[in-house]
Every structure is written in structure tokens, then in C-alpha cells.
Design a protein around this ligand. Structure first.
Ligand code: SAH
Length: 520
């Protein structure tokens, strides 16, 4: 036996965060990843950069012939001593041909492990709000392939048993054969009125749900050009969706929203939008770079013992300052004797990460609030070091100088705008598939205009709702010819999120018809 091993990992139904911890662990140590069309490609980002990525569809070609070749690749790579992850959509052992792959590995005497995944029926059930079993409705569920038994006499499926009683039936791979399978259930005794849900791309932002009955779902699917991949859930439990649906009830569900903050700052805002169902497209309009010269900051750092105060006003200032300290061969000890003011709780946290407790963390962390705190101290003749961004406001240094302090404010980093948009965002804007763009400071909109050119920006944002965080940013938008559709009353990210919700809520036509439920 070689040292190679194959992990058959269930990737889950679509939402990449539904993979198991064990699955992720295996992926992180993979040397080769062989992945399927149904496994979310974002999961590949967790594999080491050096790992070889093989798309099984490319090896596969046609379904049946391809399987032998996939088996061979797994065997060969493992024989060469590699750690191989076979990443499969859903669960490897539910209609995933994982059984066949394991058989061939066993024959070749290769070690393997199988890591389960959330199978499509289960993912669709949760995310469509359709419990597969329910004490009052049904105590059984069957997973059935929609592709089996094209010739009625050859079917391995016991249609009588499946059709009688009230067990839930979930078909996989059953969109193209929908009409035939629904008809069979009726012929074998299920009521034509039984509710049916088709759930497509379950658990992903593109999830679509189409609800009907055994009698009419095939017509509805045709009328809506419903395409695979989808599972078909048949049974009275489907009626619970009206009450239990949650995924497509989230206020920003299905909305594509562009976030123009700096990459370093976008995270929290983007997460809030995503938690409300939005698909977030990041569009960094600011990036941070080193100063043109380190000379002034270096002079100050070498002279640190002579300073009474060091003021750091952002996480960026902390990171750039300490990076430079390190580059000069110094560490936190160079700050002995110097008091430290951290503006904002996050800045304070970053300073603590260097093992230093800030002496002053002003409660109000706008520049005016900081000045207010210092005005209570005797700053006369104090030496203050204030490393900062190149375009920072002058409020703090000016006020401190008025108090009699000597302030040095060398540039520690610069804000510049990136040369181009991220391809995914540009693509969505060009395709006109974006619902909303958010601007959280004047520089975000001004930089976007500079990146795209004003005319192109106006053209690309036609029909896109513009959300601005407050009056100053809105003015910058209008100055550039943009119409502002959303502006919260309070100047905070939370208020902006709420305003977005309110905007899209009022725009959503609440469609109560069961048949076209969330179908677009
Ligand atoms: N091993 C997979 C199933 C593979 S068979 C699993 O456990 O889920 C492929 C079929 O799975 C598709 O035809 C479709 O019926 C279903 N499927 C897979 N992913 C799906 C998804 N995100 N939404 C709906 N159906 C899905």
C-alpha cells in the first residue's frame, strides 16, 4: 500500500458553509482535488494553492464512460502517494457514485475515507422551509432517482409502495422526467392534488422554488422553463412552506448589492447585507499603500523616547506604525515612557494585540471627541506623535497645537484608488444584473468615478438604486450626476442596512400565489 489516500468529501448542496468540519480539514491538506460540477467552486479556495485541481467533468465527458476514468485518476494519484480529495456535491453516497469509486479504490488496495455531506434533498428541505417528515403529516421519506426505469417494465422502483400512503418522496435528477414521474405516482394511487415543490440550486443565492400539485407541476415547470439541477419534493409537507419559509423571506433576498468600501473595511458591512439575503459584490475603491518616503516616520520612531504621547486613530495606522517599527529592528519596548491614545475600540484592540495597553481610549471617537479628551489634560509643551494617512483631517493636530503641544504627524500610509474593478463586479454591472450600489463616504463615489470615468459610471449605474450613508456622501453623488435613492436618517452602517431593507421591502410585490412562489 502506498502512502496515498483518497478522501471522498461531501461538499454539501451548494452553500459552501454547509461542508462539514472534517471535510474542510481534508480539503486543507489536499494535494489533489478532483471536483464535480455540483460542488461549489468556492470551496476550492480552501485547498492549498499548490494543490492540483482536476475538474471531473473534464475527465468525464459522457456520464458513464467518464466514471471509469475518474476512478482511474483517483487510483493513480493515490498510488503516486498523494493526498487526494474527491469533492462531490451533496453526500458522496447519495446518488453520487461514491460507492463505485470506493469499490475501485478497495480493489486497487488504496486507503480511503468517506466524509458525509448535506444531501440536496436535505438542503432543499431546510432552505425551502419544507420539513421532510412531520409528526402530524408523515413519518417516512424516500429519496428516489428521477432517471431510473425509462422503460416501465425495467423499473426497480416500487411505484405502488411509493404512491400509496402519505410518505414524502424526493426525486433527484427528475426535471426532464418530471411529467412521467408525476403521472406514475398518480396512476399508482397518489392524489393528483398532492402538493409538489421543485427546488432548484437549493441553498444558493440562485435558489428557486416552484410549487404546484402532482397534476399541474409539469405544466408549471414548462411554462416557467424550469431547468435542472433541482429536487422534486412530493407530499403534504410541502404545504408547510407557506408558514415556514425563511430563506427567501429575508429582506434583501436575491438582491445584488455592490459595496464600494476599502477591501480592509468592507467585511462587516458585507456580512450584514449577506445575513439579510443579499448577494454582495465587493468593489474596493480605496487601497492602502506605503508612504512615498519613510523618512519623517523613521525620524520620529528613532526619537520615540522624546515623545509623551503616541496617537493612533485607526487599525491601519496601528498596522503601518508597528510594521515600520519592526522594519527598523525595534519592538514595543521602544514605546516605554510614551503614553498611547487609541481612537476607537477596534484600534485599541489592535494595539492590545501587540501586548500594549492603551492609556487613553476616548469614548467619542470622532476627531472632535478626541480633542475634547485631551483638552482635560495639560498638554503644554508635550511632544505628540500622530502617524496618519496622507489625506487625513487636520482637526487633531491643529487643536493639540493650540493647547501648546508640539505635534509631529508623519505619513504612515496612503489611500489610493485601485486601477480597475474586480472582474466579478464589473461583469455584473455590465450585465445590468446589479440592484443597488452603496457609497459609504465621498471618496468611495469619487474614486469609482475616477476608476471608471464619470460617463461610464453614470451609464453603468442606470437603473441601479444608489444608497448613500449620509448627506455629505449624497452631495458627492449628486455632484457627479447620480440620483440618490436611499439615505438613512442616521449616519451609521446599521442605519444604512435598515434603509436598504425598507427600500427593497416596499418594492417587493408580495406574491401569495402558491404556484409562482418565489419564481423569477
Ligand atoms: N450526491 C448528490 C446528488 C447527486 S445527483 C447529493 O447528495 O445531493 C445530482 C442531482 O442532485 C441533481 O440532478 C439534483 O436533483 C440534485 N441536486 C444537487 N445539488 C442540488 C441543489 N443545489 N439544488 C437542487 N438539487 C440539487
Amino acid at each position: 500500500m502506498s502512502n496515498g489516500i483518497v478522501y471522498l468529501v461531501g461538499a454539501g448542496p451548494g452553500d459552501p458553509s454547509l461542508i462539514t468540519l472534517r471535510g474542510l480539514e481534508c480539503l486543507k491538506k489536499a494535494e489533489v482535488v478532483v471536483y464535480d460540477y455540483l460542488a461549489n467552486e468556492q470551496l476550492l479556495n480552501y485547498a492549498p494553492e499548490s494543490a492540483e485541481r482536476i475538474y471531473a467533468g473534464k475527465i468525464g465527458g459522457r456520464h458513464n464512460q467518464g466514471q471509469d476514468e475518474i476512478n482511474n485518476v483517483l487510483v493513480e494519484k493515490a498510488k503516486a502517494g498523494k493526498v487526494v480529495v474527491r469533492l462531490k456535491g451533496g453526500d458522496p453516497f447519495v446518488f453520487g457514485r461514491g460507492g463505485e469509486e470506493c469499490e475501485s479504490l478497495r480493489e486497487a488496495n488504496i486507503l480511503f475515507e468517506v466524509i458525509p455531506g448535506v444531501t440536496a434533498a436535505v438542503g432543499a428541505s431546510s432552505y425551502a422551509g419544507i420539513p421532510l417528515t412531520h409528526r402530524e403529516i408523515t413519518a417516512s421519506v424516500a429519496f428516489v432517482t428521477g432517471q431510473e426505469g425509462k422503460d416501465k417494465n425495467e423499473s426497480n422502483i416500487d411505484w405502488d409502495r411509493l404512491s400509496l400512503g402519505n410518505g414524502t418522496v424526493v426525486f433527484y435528477m427528475g426535471v426532464t422526467t418530471l411529467r412521467r414521474n408525476m403521472k406514475r405516482l398518480i396512476e399508482h394511487g397518489r392524489s393528483p392534488e398532492t402538493p409538489v415543490a421543485l427546488v432548484r440550486w437549493a441553498t444558493t443565492p440562485c435558489q428557486q422554488v416552484l410549487v404546484g400539485t402532482l397534476a399541474d407541476i409539469a405544466d408549471l415547470a414548462d411554462a416557467n422553463s424550469f431547468k435542472p439541477p433541482a429536487v422534486t419534493i412530493v407530499g403534504e409537507v410541502v404545504a408547510l412552506r407557506e408558514k415556514l419559509k425563511w430563506f427567501d423571506r429575508r429582506p434583501l433576498c436575491g438582491k445584488k448589492i455592490v459595496v464600494t468600501r476599502a477591501a480592509e473595511q468592507a467585511g462587516e458591512f458585507s456580512e450584514k447585507l449577506a445575513a439579510r439575503g443579499a448577494t454582495v459584490l465587493e468593489c474596493p475603491t480605496i487601497s492602502l499603500v506605503e508612504p512615498e518616503s519613510w523618512q519623517l516616520l523613521d525620524l520620529a520612531i528613532r526619537d520615540l523616547p522624546s515623545y509623551d504621547w503616541l496617537i493612533l486613530t485607526s487599525g491601519n495606522a496601528v498596522r503601518y506604525f508597528f510594521k515600520r517599527l519592526d522594519a527598523l529592528g525595534l519592538d514595543a519596548r521602544a514605546l516605554t515612557g510614551c503614553r498611547i491614545c487609541a481612537v476607537g475600540p477596534k484600534t485599541a484592540e489592535e494595539i492590545r494585540a501587540f501586548g500594549i495597553k492603551p492609556d487613553l481610549v476616548p469614548t467619542d471617537y470622532k476627531a472632535e471627541g478626541v480633542v475634547d479628551e485631551f483638552s482635560r489634560l495639560d498638554m503644554h509643551d508635550c511632544r505628540v506623535l500622530f502617524p496618519r494617512a496622507d489625506k487625513a483631517r487636520e482637526v487633531i493636530p491643529i487643536a493639540l497645537k493650540r493647547m501648546g503641544a508640539h505635534v509631529d504627524s508623519p505619513v504612515a500610509y496612503r489611500n489610493i484608488f485601485p486601477q480597475r474593478l474586480l472582474p466579478e463586479t464589473l461583469f455584473a454591472l455590465e450585465k445590468r444584473s446589479v440592484d443597488c450600489i452603496t457609497f459609504t463616504s465621498s471618496s468611495t463615489v469619487q474614486n469609482l468615478a475616477a476608476m471608471l470615468g464619470e460617463e461610464l459610471m453614470l451609464d453603468m449605474l442606470k437603473g441601479v438604486a444608489v444608497a448613500s450613508i449620509g448627506p455629505i456622501t449624497s452631495k458627492s453623488c449628486r455632484d457627479l450626476g447620480l440620483r440618490v435613492d436611499i439615505e438613512p436618517e442616521e449616519y451609521t452602517l446599521n442605519a444604512l442596512v435598515n434603509a436598504l431593507e425598507a427600500h427593497f421591502y416596499s418594492k417587493t410585490k408580495v406574491d401569495t400565489s402558491l404556484a409562482t412562489d418565489n419564481f423569477n
